[in-house]
Write a protein that binds this ligand. Structure first.
Ligand code: FMN
Length: 299
């Protein structure tokens, strides 16, 4: 991806990879609508299923000349990392997003077939390290993001990175509309990452109750806690209460993951970024992109 590819997108957006939410339908419809679709390589339960997803996505996009490129998110510490990387090379995945760990192993492998690597970083130190390793772009995980969140303010983060880096910068965290996309560009970002906005899309794999909950809540309902994943992540307070827990007295992470109810609790405690109040309806991906385009052009 270069500046020309970015200019060819409907809006400069990557539909962010989301655990249990992003699947082939979301990815394909995002790319068909002219924005970059992505999914975490750990979403398909098995390596064979990952193979099927990649085959489905690449064949669905092969005959769409204007389709945006797609991306696969690789968690570097994943137990099946090597097998995932083999498939990434076989399908020549256009963009690989590295998260949780150094992108060192990914960069030469993806560059060998002409793909691009974007590294997801939450500190300036990690941003500098990723640049030294030769990544093609940085995703700056800022405060207020859904899932495992960053903590640095986006104004502070983008401006500080622009002092030493002139490659592709993607801003992540609470970007929900076209006006915010424009604001991110003014700040110095080339693209934005949008997760929460697309959970409530028709094509996402999220349960309908999750999608409807997003319509009912706002920024005051979002809380940051380490208790659930072991690293700071943003969750919806009302869903913690519904799971029978006290959001102000959560058990330590080590205790949280013990017990027969683990899976059930996990399943019903839902994540969102602080921008969640902007979710008003469940819409198709193409409708969301159309709306973003109008807002972006009008701002
Ligand atoms: C439900 C959910 C699951 C997520 N899972 C992942 C994941 O598996 N890998 C990853 O790199 N980021 C994950 N994220 C973070 C997103 O990729 C992205 O950084 C975030 O959604 C951006 O902030 P926003 O939600 O405010 O737009 C997740 C976010 C959410 C809301």
């Amino acid at each position: 991806m270069n500046i020309k590819t970015i200019n060819n997108l409907s809006v400069p957006v990557i539909v962010a990879p989301m655990f249990r939410v992003s699947g082939p339908e979301l990815v394909v419809n995002a790319c068909r609508s002219g924005v970059i679709g992505s999914f975490p390589a750990i979403n398909p339960r098995t390596i064979d299923e990952l193979d099927q997803w990649l085959s489905q996505i690449s064949s669905s996009l092969a005959d769409v000349p204007d389709a945006a490129p797609y991306a696969v998110n690789m968690v570097i510490r994943s137990e099946r990392f090597s097998e995932e990387l083999e498939l990434v090379k076989r399908y020549q995945v256009p963009i690989v997003i590295s998260s949780v760990g150094s992108p060192k192993a990914v960069v030469p492998a993806v560059h060998s077939y002409g793909g691009l690597v974007l590294a997801d970083v939450a500190t300036l130190q990690h941003a500098r390290k990723a640049v030294d390793l030769g990544v093609d772009g940085l995703i700056l995980l800022c405060a207020g993001a859904g899932g495992n969140t960053g903590w640095v303010n986006p104004f502070a983060f983008v401006r500080a990175v622009r002092e030493f880096y002139d490659g592709i910068v993607v801003l992540a965290g609470s970007v929900m509309d076209g006006t915010s996309i424009r604001a991110a560009e003014v700040l110095g970002a080339n693209l934005v990452y949008m997760g929460t906005r697309f959970i409530a899309s028709e094509e996402s794999m999220a349960e309908i109750e999750y999608k409807n909950t997003l319509i009912d809540v706002d920024a005051d309902d979002v809380m940051t806690t380490k208790a659930i994943t072991g690293i700071p992540a943003n969750f919806l307070r009302p869903t913690i209460v519904s799971a029978g827990l006290d959001p102000d007295n959560l058990p330590a992470h080590s205790e949280f993951n013990i017990g027969v109810n683990r899976k059930k609790r996990w399943k019903n405690i839902w994540s969102a970024g602080q921008g969640v109040g902007a979710v008003k309806d469940v819409m198709s991906v193409s409708q969301i992109v159309e709306q973003l385009e109008k807002e972006y052009k009008g701002s």
